[in-house]
Design a protein around this ligand. Structure first.
Ligand code: PEP
Ligand code: MN
Length: 625
């Protein structure tokens, strides 16, 4: 059952409730959900619901209707994220776990780990205790394999995942690995489930070959009931009558699980299909269907793998797949982050050198804006996001060192460039250290009782009215009320009991302020993306740099822009953006902003940079990222 606590509950009342629940034999979890304090209590106490309802400090009691309790969505309406070092599984990031089926040797593990890391995996997998169908197949290197995994972690920085097949391995798992996997064949090995519940490390719980979703969730319940909430569910195909694939991937388990449980859900398309060529299509589909991540078998030389070679991807194929996923993720509101570990390290490094606790990032507007979402998607929970009233004040805060980074939008795929930020990039001596693209979905947000035909006024920034033109044209009698940011608009309407006022905003803002979505997806074109740049005063030292941004001006003679562009062309450098802005105080003279696919600060680029300097009047490197 769920005990919703009164707003003004005292500490003593809470203590009393907890001790009564404990003495009645309940497992107790205290949580805060959407601004409400709740206590989840699971067990078979002898008392009726009314008894708990009458306890001082309890507002109401909601029974949990499903057989699984701790894992249920009723218990915890927000998504759980499982933290593995710097990696958060669940929430708005896509986590890619990759590596060979089995650890075969130090060389094989390290080679494969370097490849998968390079292509975007953030955790490394590899079996040391292999539950093979035949006793004559390779059984794994056992403790030797775990030692290799620990070495992979220290060399590459990737957290490591491996299967535990017996409670007797618990101490070794504690010593060598970051995540333990309970394999499909052991999903209902209850002693093993209790064991991984007690050791407390994050667990990947695979679905049994012939298990229902309910049985699977009951297995997860075993782990949580032992006090370990860090469970990641992994669908890996179930056994059906279909022989063309090794198993049948149950993709519908994703949306089913998403309503039943708060736990993150990942997909293993390798064991599901058993065939290399089928892995990538199913991986792409899984992300489109809302999975929080993937576990994929990759081997540096799959043709000589000791187990599951035919389903293991070649590193290059894995690289192709992550490129596709990088594009798909923002469409479903998530991010796949190639450089995440390096970024996290840079943040870590800064926090050490600054001596501060958490790092800070400034974004425009209030909590719940798209800029806020961009900040949290880029940095995860490594930093504190600081609401900031204007773009200029974001630049100022970064310059003064009040925050470590700023996140500012520079371009929208429908409404074009945000010129103010281009001008600020020129004016301030800061660097672009990263970029992130978000899909922007607008909703009409209002009081739950608001109806389309009673709406009179709509609040949002003018640029958003522009993006929702078609929808707004159908309601020409509505008064458009321009405001600075979407979240502030939702906040303002939530504070007045007037259902004739609504806002256009993202669903995060609606959720934060307890408002309802009255009409979903009202942007004219669904291909609505905004590109944000991350600004800082020093570059991240680590991480591959694929792109750079420059500003330049040329002399006002015929062919001078052509001369500059020719340098890019002759050196095979791809320009991905070219934009001109008037130079203040010099009518009809322009600055050019370019984004190019190269690291302009690398050694290799130096001669090209010299040529560019020779052909420009002004050249400023905004950054490589
Ligand atoms: C594995 O991940 O290597 C494995 C054996 O998976 P499953 O338990 O899903 O068969
Ligand atoms: Mn395998």
């Amino acid at each position: 059952m769920i005990l919703v606590l009164e707003k003004g509950i005292t500490q003593d009342q809470k203590k009393n409730i907890r001790s009564i629940l404990f003495s009645e034999g309940y497992i107790v979890r205290e949580m805060s959900e959407a601004g409400q304090n709740i206590i989840g209590a699971v067990g078979e106490g002898g008392k009726e619901t009314e008894f708990f309802e009458k306890l001082p400090g309890v507002a109401r009691v909601i029974p949990i209707s499903t057989s699984f309790k701790l894992v249920s969505r009723q218990m915890h309406t927000e998504d759980t994220t499982v933290q593995v070092g710097n990696v958060a599984v669940g929430g708005e990031r896509i986590t890619i776990i990759a590596g060979p089926c089995a650890i075969e040797s130090r060389d094989q593990a390290l080679k494969t780990a370097r490849e998968v890391k390079r292509y975007g995996a953030v955790l490394f997998r590899g079996g040391a205790f292999k539950p093979r169908t035949s006793p004559y197949s390779f059984q794994g290197l056992q403790e030797e394999g775990l030692k290799i995994l620990a070495e992979v972690r220290s060399v590459t920085g990737l957290g490591v995942v491996t299967e535990i097949t017996s409670p007797a391995q618990a101490d070794m798992m504690m010593k060598y690995v970051d995540v333990v996997q309970v394999g499909a064949r052991n999903m209902q090995n209850f002693e093993l489930l209790k064991c991984v519940g007690r050791i407390g490390k994050p667990v990947v719980l695979k679905r049994g070959l012939s298990s229902t979703i309910e049985e699977w969730l009951m297995s997860a319940e075993y782990i949580l009931s032992e006090g370990n909430d860090n469970v990641i569910l992994c669908e890996r195909g179930i056994r059906t009558f279909e022989p063309y694939t090794r198993n049948t991937l149950d993709l519908s388990a994703i949306p089913v699980l998403k309503t039943l449980t708060h736990l993150p859900v990942i997909i293993d398309p390798s064991h599901a299909t058993g065939i290399r060529e089928k892995v990538s299509p199913m991986a792409r589909a899984a992300i489109a269907a809302g999975a929080d991540g993937l576990m994929i078998e990759v081997h540096h030389d799959p043709d000589h793998a000791l187990s599951d070679g035919p389903q293991s991807l070649y590193p290059k194929q894995f690289g192709q797949l992550t490129r596709d996923l990088y594009v798909i993720a923002p469409v479903v509101g998530k991010q796949l982050d190639f450089d995440y570990l390096d970024k996290a390290k840079a943040v870590d490094h800064l926090s050490k050198t600054n001596g501060a606790g958490k790092q800070k990032v400034a974004f425009l507007g209030e909590i719940g804006t798209f800029s806020h979402k961009a900040s949290t998607q880029y940095f995860g929970n490594q930093v504190t996001a600081v609401p900031t009233p204007s773009f200029k004040s974001i630049f100022e805060s970064v310059k003064n060192g009040d925050v470590d980074f700023g996140v500012v939008p520079v371009e929208n795929s429908l409404s074009g460039s945000i010129h103010e930020n281009y001008d600020l990039l020129l004016e301030y001596d800061l660097r672009i250290v990263g970029e992130i693209k978000l899909r922007i979905i607008h909703h009409l947000v209002g009081h739950p009782e608001a109806k389309i035909d009673t709406i009179r006024r709509v609040f949002s920034p003018p640029i958003i009215f522009q993006q929702c033109r078609q929808f707004l044209d159908q309601h020409a009698d509505w008064e458009l009320m321009p405001v600075k940011d979407t979240a502030a608009a939702v906040k303002a309407i939530s504070e007045k009991a007037n259902s004739a006022d609504v806002a256009i905003a993202g669903k995060e803002a609606a959720k934060i302020h307890g408002m309802a979505v009255i009409e979903e997806g009202i942007e004219t074109n669904p291909r609505n993306f905004t590109r944000f740049v991350v600004i800082g005063s020093e570059p991240f030292e680590k991480g591959p740099k694929r792109k750079s941004s420059l500003i330049f001006s040329t002399g006002n003679q015929p062919g001078s822009l052509y001369e500059v562009l020719k340098i890019y062309s002759e050196n095979g450098i791809n320009l991905v953006k070219l934009e001109s802005r008037p130079i203040h105080g010099k009518p009809w003279e322009y600055m050019f902003y370019v984004d190019l696919e190269a690291d302009v600060e690398s050694e290799a680029f130096k001669p090209i940079l010299e040529m560019l300097k020779a052909k420009t009047d002004y050249l400023k490197i905004l950054g490589s990222y």
